[in-house]
Design a binder for this molecule. Sequence first.
Ligand code: NAD
Length: 418
Amino acid sequence: MTIYTGPVFDMARTQFQRIADHLDIPADERDRLLYPKRAVTVSCPIHRDDGRTEVFEGYRVQHHLTLGPTKGGTRFSPALDIGEVAALAVWMSWKCALAGLPYGGAKGGVAVDPRALSLRELEALSRRYMQEMIPFVGAHTDVMAPDMGTNEQVMAWFMDTYSMHRGHTVTEIVTGKPVACGGTLGRREATGNGVVYLIARAMERLGVPLAGTTAIVQGFGNVGSVTAQALMARGVKVIGVSDHTACYFDRHGLDVPALLRHAEARGALAGFSSELAADPATLLTQPCDILVPAALERVIGGQMAAQLQCRVLAEAANGPTTPDADLVLEQRPEIFVIPDILCNAGGVIVSYFEWVQDLQQFFWDADEVNTKLNAVLERAFQAVMDRAAQRRVAHRTAAMAIGVAKVRDAKAKRGLFP
Ligand code: NAD
């Protein structure tokens, strides 16, 4: 039992123990690799529009400091707790190591429903959260980014708050900022574009032309909407989409640009169509070629894994598949799993590019960003495929083993201080 105990951290721990067994890591080394180096909880008071003062709980977890600063997103979500944040920080570590980035993993956030705040309240909370975090973050200590419930605007407020405190502009303190204030071209689309790059590589390996295949996407925020758009641009028919307000299905293909326009105008998918409305509980088990969970963690459990009818499971969300489901999927080799720490790595890879550009004050064009993104993804994809084939293990096992082994190796070479 630790402060992190809960369903999401338990999942990260179970996954880690399986990898530690696979890598024969001695018992006395495991806790040092798994448990976060630092965890901070802060109280963020703000004035609500009705004049009340309300306090929101905020968190930041820095998993390990072995390879460089920590790096990770900021989640604004009502049921957020320290265990979920810690699990996401751990996953970030394996993801960064797999992609070869000089970072440890971090994650943070506030337990709040951002949709229940006015714009002014959201700004006040974003600024107060960053203000409370100033003693714990820094461009060479811990660099934040967006995640569920936050966006470019929130990152701009974070950067401005930190810069005001320092007395000069510090763009490199966060990534995922607007291009107008030190962001990089290609960051907003990076996660979704990376997902689609890897889906295309998976389809190539299966010998199936991408154009003409069908896809279902759960979640229509930054990652889900960009993924749906990029799939459509490659000739894929998007037959199902959902968000927290609605779910639509059309075997003949949904009108993705119209869905995007609707979501942009209304802030969510609700109200798009009554004829196409479908049951969100059965969306993921409909027959399709490509299934993309791009919303929450733990949406595919053991039972659902047995019912999936896709050829490629592209895990755009963090932690969508439980360890129970992994055991089922290991018995279903007809499903090509692109594990989360590989599938959604495009986001942190381009965040890394943004940080490098900010530190150098030298900016790249979109082609350079996208070419470098694809090169890093390709290396990671090949490494996972090679290890999975050589060791005859699942793609998740291969991906996590590469990430964990890199962190372990760096810790061993640095030694244990003092
Ligand atoms: P977002 O806040 O932009 O969008 C989240 C989407 O999920 C929204 O459309 C929301 O309505 C939907 N959603 C919430 N609950 C749902 C439910 N019960 N059923 C269906 N849909 C639901 O967040 P995002 O940045 O797109 O992140 C989505 C996932 O991708 C998260 O797991 C996040 O950690 C992961 N991720 C994001 C990035 C990034 O760059 N933003 C990078 C890597 C991984």
